[in-house]
Design a protein around this ligand. Structure first.
Ligand code: SF4
Ligand code: FES
Length: 252
């Protein structure tokens, strides 16, 4: 296959960026999208040029590092897929593909396609944890958890923190991410002691980071590789509204 790539190039956080055009030829439809970028970067490096910076780690759809807007869609055109699990067989020979970074005010571009997603880490640090000692696996199993609650928590825990929901949201909201984290811990008995304080602290940090509010458009769920459903934002809203009258008492 031969693919024409139009890629966002930006030398650093403060520099102006622009799209640059590259042709990559002789690539296999069985290659992943990131492997195509590897081929491009090898060619750029051999020619003495500056390789395209992009985030990646596991390349197995589990770490949440890859973060590309491909032809206007976060993680590209395939549903329930991360950019690293996207293969070139989903594109056509000769296609022109635009590749851009996540675009949201709380995700400043560091270089080319790499953005700083530390804002999501700070939201988790604000309240995405439990203080109950859970011990090793045998002790953890000593706390009975109803099957449906365990399933709900497990579904929510599938969020890999990639930030695609933010990139797709016209409001630049991280509500789906937030809803997943709140639902994950709030569904379990061990998550109850800080439940109110968690909801308030995480929303406060979300807003302080500059993420927008949710207006239930649903673009987030359409691009989420983990299939986090919109009703987890309803859970978030429920927990915040329940916590507001009483939650401040729990906060140190
Ligand atoms: S909710 Fe989905 S899109 Fe958002 S950070 Fe989690 S996995 Fe990524
Ligand atoms: S590189 Fe880990 S999810 Fe894509």
């Amino acid at each position: 296959m031969k693919i024409t790539l139009r890629i966002w190039r930006q030398p650093d956080r403060d520099a102006a960026g622009s799209m640059a055009t590259y042709e990559v030829a002789g690539i296999s439809p069985d290659m992943s999208f990131l492997e195509m970028l590897d081929v491009l970067n090898e060619e750029l490096a051999l020619a003495g040029g500056d390789p395209v910076a992009f985030d990646h780690d596991c390349r197995e759809g589990i770490c949440g590092m890859c973060s590309l807007v491909i032809n206007g869609l976060a993680h590209g055109p395939e549903a329930l897929t991360t950019a690293c699990q996207l293969y070139l067989r989903h594109f056509t020979d000769g296609q022109v593909i635009d590749v851009e970074p996540w675009r949201a005010t709380p995700f400043p571009v560091l270089k080319d396609l790499v953005v700083d997603r530390g804002a999501l880490d700070r939201i988790v640090a604000a309240g995405g944890y439990i203080s109950a000692p859970t011990g090793a696996a045998p002790e953890a199993h000593s706390v009975p958890v109803p099957r449906k609650d365990a399933e709900r928590a497990f579904d929510a825990a599938a969020c890999i923190g990639c930030g695609a929901c933010v990139a797709a949201c016209p409001n630049g909201s991280a509500s789906l991410f937030l809803g997943a984290k709140i639902t994950h811990l709030g569904a379990l008995p061990q998550g109850q002691p800080e439940r109110d304080a968690r909801a308030l602290a995480m929303v406060e940090q979300h807003d302080a980071e500059g993420f927008g509010g949710c207006s239930q458009i649903g673009e987030c769920t359409a691009v989420c590789p983990a299939g986090i459903p919109l009703d987890m934002i309803s859970q978030l809203n429920h927990d915040v509204l329940t916590a507001l009258p009483r939650g401040k008492d729990q906060r140190g």
